[in-house]
Design a protein around this ligand. Structure first.
Ligand code: IMP
Ligand code: MG
Length: 180
């Protein structure tokens, strides 16, 4: 595995993200929503660095059906908290095709959110399939498949404290391992 961002670099990036969000919202109360499961690690680090009063919730979205390419997007809002009349910040691990954040932003507006903005750890420099772009980004990365700091391949590697690029051989080995 090739390290793309070290633990120290990730820390600095999350701190910068938090400062930008703080300057934007000031002390206005914010409803911060994690898009599970990829944003789990970022979310825990980010919300503790934000200064405003927060309400915290989660929604589940998944688009990777067992591979490294994007599949059918499924969103489960069963655990969602009230967003009506509130300023919402959606937090996700990575902006790739953009479909997830585009869809979940729309859902928040449908549920009556006053405003919706989005924050991501990573912005993949690739062809996006939606018009929207994330409002707050910690790092721009090349179009490679990455794992760690919450991001997975077949539900593995989320616990790595750094971000790494999986080589095609490692992708194959993980897939073979998963079948056993
Ligand atoms: P989007 O809807 O295509 O923007 O995809 C966003 C979701 O795809 C993210 O929340 C991740 O779970 C997943 N994803 C996209 N690229 C990667 C990657 O390089 N590694 C792991 N997961 C990824
Ligand atoms: Mg995800």
């Amino acid at each position: 595995m090739r390290t793309l961002l070290s633990e120290a670099e990730l820390n600095a990036g999350v701190q910068k993200l938090a400062s930008e969000i703080d300057s934007h919202y000031g002390i206005r109360p914010l409803t911060v929503i994690a898009i599970m499961t990829g944003s789990l690690v970022l979310f825990a680090d980010l919300i503790r660095r934000l200064s405003m009063p927060q309400r915290v919730g989660v929604v589940q979205a998944s688009s990777y059906r067992g591979g490294t390419t994007s599949g059918q997007l499924q969103v489960d809002d069963a655990m969602m908290i009230e967003v009506k009349g509130r300023d919402v910040l959606l937090v996700d691990d990575i902006f790739d095709t953009g479909k997830t954040l585009d869809r979940v932003s729309g859902m928040m507006l449908e549920h009556g959110a006053t405003s919706v903005q989005t924050a991501v750890l990573l912005h993949k420099l690739t062809q996006h399939s939606v018009e929207m772009r994330p409002d707050f980004v910690a790092f721009e990365i090349p179009d490679e498949f990455v794992v760690g700091y919450g991001l997975d391949y077949l539900d593995m590697y989320r616990n790595l404290p750094y971000l790494a690029v999986l080589s095609p051989a490692e992708i194959e080995a993980t897939a073979a391992e998963s079948e056993t």
